[in-house]
Design a protein around this ligand. Structure first.
Ligand SMILES: *Cc1c(COP(=O)(O)O)cnc(C)c1O
Length: 396
């Protein structure tokens, strides 16, 4: 047999981590890597946070899983905290980002298919370069052909407009439009924050036509940008929002948040998940909220983000042939390059033991754990400088 036992859908590299130490990963052969990828914006407390580990250990010893047929004191408590800290009135817990987006899509459709709704409103307008996950609905929600190839037919009910272009969004609207699904800051698309005017414009269209504004904050949410959720930067509230990645700090957890009005179609029997919201996941999510959902922590992320960004701006001036500009908010930063970012990301990883993430639009994602500080930033710039100095794009 030539197919490996792990289905070969990921082009896995030779870094094979077996241990984490705060902002570092340690490989099978003992090599230490500085981790400014954070499992793609997941390990926001780093790799060995005592609060998170302790919460998971204690809960694992007490109770890991029960069916959602039973009452959930752990789930009620975490949902209440999210409700207290966000626009939302109600929360459905999932095990991943794609499942959180799936629940958001179902919530938006069910809003219109409710008895007081407009059942012909079944289409969500989504945006170019979006990433919403890898299930059938979430690949159908993205206009990227490379994710569709081999998996046709797509799920109907999605129309694609140009990201950050309000006129393009309007042009896709019809009496079948259910709402908009958008990442306020595109992650995989290349750390591209939507403009204030775009997000405000979508909100206004939703208000005017009674549509659902659905934010996918799977990557930009949970303190990454210096706010608990990125929508707070815009002063614009969604009706429904998907959250995941950082929300479990490394434990698989996602959430679909909604207002009471938006969730009117999500009654008994409308949705479910065997594992979703199990006590172990709730313990992890609660430990993350304990650490990040307070003004001091968020102010620190903002302040660190500004410091890192200022240093990046200064740094790229030394290599005008490689770097175009710095984008993003808080500790969700992207270096837009003038050359392909993927070979440079490989070079940093393999030759300088620095982990970042490549993204669309020739962008290198810089996503440190939110607990990184000046020592890690210094090490990052040492590695990045050495990497840029030794890099020959024509040889890549
Ligand atoms: C990662 C991501 C997803 C999918 O999350 P999974 O946990 O991989 O299913 C969805 N939306 C955005 C914006 C993401 O970054």
């Amino acid at each position: 047999m030539s197919i490996p036992p792990l289905m070969p859908v990921y082009p896995r590299c030779d870094v094979r981590p077996v241990e984490g130490d705060k902002c570092h990963l340690i490989d099978e052969d003992g090599t230490r890597y500085l981790d400014f990828a954070s499992g793609i914006a997941v390990n926001l407390l780093g790799h060995s946070h005592p609060g998170l580990i302790g919460a998971i250990q204690q809960q694992a010893a007490r109770l890991m899983h029960v069916s959602n047929l039973y009452g959930s004191p752990q789930g009620e408590a975490l949902a209440q905290r999210l409700v207290d800290k966000t626009f939302a009135d109600t929360v459905f817990f999932t095990n991943s980002g794609a499942e959180a987006v799936e629940c958001a899509i179902k919530t938006a459709r069910a809003y219109h298919q409710h008895e007081d709704g407009n059942p012909q409103r079944t289409e969500l307008i989504t945006f170019t370069s979006a990433f919403h996950g890898r299930t059938m609905a979430t690949i159908s929600a993205s206009n990227q052909d490379k994710m569709h190839k081999g998996f046709l037919p797509l799920l109907p009910g999605f129309r694609y407009a140009e990201f950050d272009d309000l006129e393009s969004a309007k042009a896709q609207m019809s009496d079948r439009t259910a709402g908009f699904l958008v990442e306020p800051i595109q992650g995989e698309g290349g750390i591209r924050p939507a403009s204030q005017q775009f997000i405000e414009g979508l909100r206004a269209l939703c208000d005017e036509h009674d549509l659902m504004l659905v934010f996918d904050e799977v990557q930009c949410g949970v303190a990454r940008t210096g706010k608990l959720y990125a929508y707070e930067h815009y002063g614009v509230k969604p009706d429904v929002m998907a959250s995941a990645k950082g929300i479990g700090g490394g434990f698989p957890l996602g959430a679909c948040l909604a207002t009471e009005k938006a969730a009117r179609g999500m009654g008994f029997g409308a949705h479910g998940s065997t594992y979703g919201g199990n006590p172990l996941a709730m313990a992890a999510g609660t430990a993350v909220m304990d650490a990040v959902a307070n003004d001091e922590f968020l102010a620190e992320v903002t302040e660190k983000g500004e410091r890192l960004r200022a240093r990046l701006e200064q740094f790229i001036g030394n290599y005008p042939e490689l770097f175009d500009r710095v984008r993003g908010l808080g500790l969700m930063l992207g270096l837009r390059m003038k050359v392909e970012s993927r070979p440079f990301f490989v070079h940093l990883r393999d030759n300088h033991q620095l982990l970042t993430v490549a993204a669309g639009d020739q962008t290198l994602r810089v996503l440190p754990p939110l607990v990184a500080g000046d020592a890690e930033f210094d090490e990052f710039f040492e590695k990045l400088s050495a990497g840029a100095a030794s890099y020959d794009p024509s040889a890549a």
